[in-house]
Design a protein around this ligand. Structure first.
Ligand code: ADP
Ligand code: F6P
Length: 319
């Protein structure tokens, strides 16, 4: 394989730049020409291509976001858009493509793989919602960013003796909430994968108050409910002073953690090596720390669960 391309697609995630850097440098190391596709599948359709050099990925390993920009592209979900993307790749003699993104982006990548472009995906999303891999690039940084915020909220919650509801991202997955809740010492963690009743949350809050506890933090995954509405319900049904913080896109930015940089560097290099050895239609990932290539089809059809033992632990430790 002599010419490959790399794109970032879907929501950005800290560590995507480190993955782009690893793809570009590994490709060049193996005497390949590497092209950057700007703005995901939207840029592919619009032929937004740029040659990548060793220098074009210098000084980015520590930067959040993605230098290739990213986008969500409805047109690529249509047969016409997909045909156009395929034609652009063919026109430029691009034989292999690395797609860094989430589950949606992998569906786009799988389409191109079926059309005959060798394609490998790298899991990059803060949500950690992709099956068959230990962790997605960006998750660790997002969790650390949210923990920093929780620690600060705890200071003011303690001073004012208030109950705080904090809503975190994660789309339909509760991983961010679960990890932040456990590591941040939250009193309750609400995630979409585990049914909950707000009256149970209230009982727990009241038990805490009866023991002399003056402040609490309730962590809500966005997929488990609306933080503002939950805060309103708790306030109306307890008489406690409740405040709500929606952390939002702050979780998507910032310098990637060392763990995300390492994961991104390993997966970026591995993805190129997979393409070089003729692999297509797979996700480059780690399982139990080891590099593995998993069929997109397996990724799409394998159900995904957060680590429920962590949920039980968080519940027990916040008794
Ligand atoms: P993520 O990759 O983070 O899950 P999205 O779900 O928004 O983000 O998907 C990113 C992009 O991938 C979409 O905007 C679209 O261009 C492409 N995509 C998603 N689903 C499909 C699909 N079923 N077929 C083709 N392309 C898709
Ligand atoms: O997939 C990453 C993510 O940040 C989700 O956690 C969130 O639901 C969504 O993207 C937000 O998307 P947007 O940036 O388009 O508002």
């Amino acid at each position: 394989m002599k010419k490959i391309a790399v794109m970032t697609s879907g929501g950005d995630a800290p560590g995507m730049n480190a993955a782009v850097r690893a793809v570009v440098r590994t490709g060049i190391f193996h005497d390949m020409e590497v092209i950057g596709v700007r703005r995901g599948f939207s840029g592919l359709i619009n032929e937004e291509l740029q040659p990548m050099t060793l220098g074009s990925v210098a000084d980015i390993i520590q930067r959040g976001g993605t230098i290739l920009y990213t986008a969500r592209c409805e047109a690529f979900k249509t047969p016409e858009g997909q045909k156009r993307g395929y034609e652009v790749l063919r026109k430029h003699g691009i034989e292999g493509l690395v797609v860094i993104g989430g589950d949606g982006s992998f569906h786009g990548a799988a389409v191109l793989a079926n059309m005959g472009i060798a394609t490998v995906g790298i899991p990059g999303t803060i949500d950690n919602d992709i099956s068959c891999c230990d962790e997605t690039i960006g998750f660790d940084t997002a969790v650390n960013t949210a923990i920093e915020a929780i620690d600060k909220i705890r200071d003011t919650a303690t001073s004012h003796e208030r109950t705080y509801v904090v809503e975190v991202m994660g789309r339909n997955a509760g991983d961010i909430a679960l990890h932040v809740g456990l590591a941040g010492g939250a009193e309750s963690v609400l995630i979409p994968e585990v049914p909950y009743r707000l009256d149970d949350v209230i009982q727990k809050l009241e038990r805490g108050v009866a023991r002399g506890k003056k402040h609490s933090i309730i962590l809500v995954a966005e997929g488990a409910g609306n933080g503002i509405e939950i805060g309103k319900y708790l306030s109306e049904h307890t008489g406690f002073e409740v405040r709500v913080t929606v952390l939002g896109h702050i979780q998507r930015g910032g310098a990637p953690s060392a763990r995300d940089r390492l994961l991104a560097s390993r997966l970026g290099a591995y993805a190129v090596e997979l393409l070089q050895s003729g692999v297509s239609g797979k996700m480059a990932a780690t399982q139990n720390g080891a590099l593995v290539a998993v069929d997109f089809e397996t990724v799409f059809t394998t159900p995904r669960q957060p680590d429920i033992s962590l949920y039980k632990l968080a519940d027990m430790l916040s008794i």
